[in-house]
Design a protein around this ligand. Structure first.
Ligand code: NAD
Ligand code: UDP
Length: 317
């Protein structure tokens, strides 16, 4: 049995990761400040094994004995990471520093949840890990993009100069159950809008693209990356290479929910990447990983989750 820390474990991806790790027989400590995380996401996880929740902000150093650390703490939706951009930078940089120093002290392997945002508004398509990115250092997304880039630098420097065992994963847009209804990202926005019959808000003309990975595939990739025995530290892209415009996504959600919602076009936020699609050959080669859940199937599971959640909250009113 391994002792595993998951920072950000009460969030969307973190909660699925905690459950998968517990089911595999590990002992899990979730460290979270509950900024975007929710107790409902992790309620009952102790049923699956030894599970502990510690309310703590990773900006402050902490000490817990562990064999492995997954560092997921950071708001991921633009709405939430832009709400207090200075705090987002602190979470990314000081959080990374604190988990790396902890990993060094306790001799743990530490995995960083990095992001496709390190490629910014990419000029290469699809994006391989060799692409160095096209990132605006002074825009409204920079607190997140540059924070994650600085974190990657810290990971590599701790690895090179202090021999810390690290893993860097660049996650592309991931969706699924346990997202908040007010998360603000496109999949949850469109589904909640479709289910409640309000207008579906496309930002810009909707021709921008994203590649959407279902959460179970992503979690499988994270665990494979942590446990790989090839000495492979990454960075590695994890995402689903299927590429869709936001108009295509909206239409799919309308069809799958049988919704009467209309599409409306709103202002495009600045620095919104025009297109994004992972090249996953590295993940295939080193981790024998590729996604298995395609968009229609993943959307059906996610729609069911939101439908149940909204019905429950209507019943409680
Ligand atoms: P999320 O917002 O649902 O979860 C983030 C979790 O981190 C929440 O539980 C939140 O309360 C916690 N947190 C935030 N700041 C913290 C702090 N200072 N101290 C302790 N806990 C803190 O987001 P998510 O989608 O689950 O993303 C998880 C990780 O994966 C993030 O690091 C994110 O940057 C990365 N990522 C996600 C995606 C995606 O599409 N979901 C894409 C790229 C990268
Ligand atoms: N988007 C949209 N309507 C929404 C929310 C987002 O059209 O209600 C667009 C957004 O402008 C972006 C894409 O959907 O082009 C993905 O946005 P999200 O916030 O999910 O992730 P990110 O921009 O970080 O990839």
């Amino acid at each position: 049995m391994k002792r595993v820390i998951v920072t950000g474990g009460a969030g969307f991806i973190g909660s699925h990761l905690c459950k998968a790790l517990l089911k595999a027989g590990n002992s899990v400590v979730c460290v979270d400040n509950f900024f975007t995380g929710r107790e409902a996401n992790i309620l009952g996880l102790e049923e699956y094994g030894h599970f502990q929740i510690i309310r703590h902000d990773v900006v402050d150093a902490f000490f817990i004995e562990a064999d492995q650390i997954y560092n997921l703490a950071c708001p991921a939706s633009p709405v939430h990471y832009q709400a207090d951009p200075i705090k987002t930078l602190k979470t990314n940089i000081l959080g990374a520093l604190n988990v790396l120093e902890l990993a060094q002290k306790v001799n743990a392997c530490v995995l960083q949840a990095s992001t496709s945002e390190v490629y910014g508004n990419p000029l290469e398509h699809p994006q391989t890990e060799k692409y160095l990115g096209n990132v605006n250092s002074i825009g409204i997304r920079s607190c997140y993009d540059e924070g994650k880039r600085a974190a990657e630098t810290l990971y590599m420097d701790f690895h090179r100069t202090r021999d810390v065992d690290v893993r860097i994963v660049r996650i592309f847009n991931t969706y699924g159950p346990n997202m908040r209804p007010d998360d603000g990202r496109v999949v949850s926005n469109f589904i909640v809008q479709a289910l409640t019959g309000v207008d579906i808000t496309i930002y810009g003309d909707g021709s921008q693209t994203r590649s959407f990975c279902y959460v179970s595939d992503l979690v499988d990739g994270l665990i494979r990356m942590m446990n790989n025995e090839n000495g492979f530290i990454g960075p590695v892209n994890l995402g689903n290479p299927g590429e869709f415009t936001m108009i295509e996504l909206a239409q799919k959600v309308i069809d799958l929910t049988n919704s009467s919602s209309k599409i409306v076009f709103c202002d495009l936020p600045s620095d919104d990447p025009v297109r994004r699609k992972p090249d996953i050959s590295r993940a295939e080669e080193y981790l024998n990983w590729k996604p298995t859940v395609w968009l229609d199937e993943g959307l059906k599971h996610t729609i069911k989750y939101f439908d149940d959640l909204l019905s429950k909250s209507r019943a409680e009113r």
